[in-house]
Design a protein around this ligand. Structure first.
Ligand code: FE2
Length: 124
């Protein structure tokens, strides 16, 4: 049995949909679910790994070091910043810039994730 927790992104093996688990109860039926492990390195890293930068009143998250395309069939659908246990999200559409700024206080524990419609889930 997989160890699900609230930070997991979960994939339905039947539909391919990605799901966010708000609270994993003791009887999670894992038969059709798998934890989607975010990539952090390897092929595509330069265009996908989120880059977090402190700005005046918060944090900017860019995908990635080399700007990711935002075409109709290949784009970043969501950027997520997890800061000291708080989750901040920006949903994006084709044509948007592949970045988001979150106006939040300085945090000590930071990570960012993004989901590319072709290349999947990536984490800083
Ligand atoms: Fe991509």
């Amino acid at each position: 049995m997989a160890n699900f927790d609230y930070t997991n992104i979960v994939r339905c093996k039947n539909s391919g949909n990605l799901l966010e688990l708000i609270y994993p109860g003791p009887e999670v039926n894992v038969e059709n679910l798998s934890i989607e492990e975010p990539k952090t390195s390897g092929e595509g890293e330069a265009k996908h790994k989120p880059v977090i930068t402190r700005v005046d009143d918060g944090y900017n998250v860019k995908v990635g070091e080399v700007e990711h395309p935002m075409d109709e069939d290949h784009y970043i659908a969501v950027i997520e910043l997890i800061a000291d246990g708080q989750v901040h999200k920006q949903y994006l559409n084709p044509g948007d810039k592949p970045e988001a700024t979150f106006k939040i206080p300085e945090a000590t524990d930071l990570k960012a994730r993004e989901f590319c419609t072709i290349h999947g889930l990536w984490q800083s």
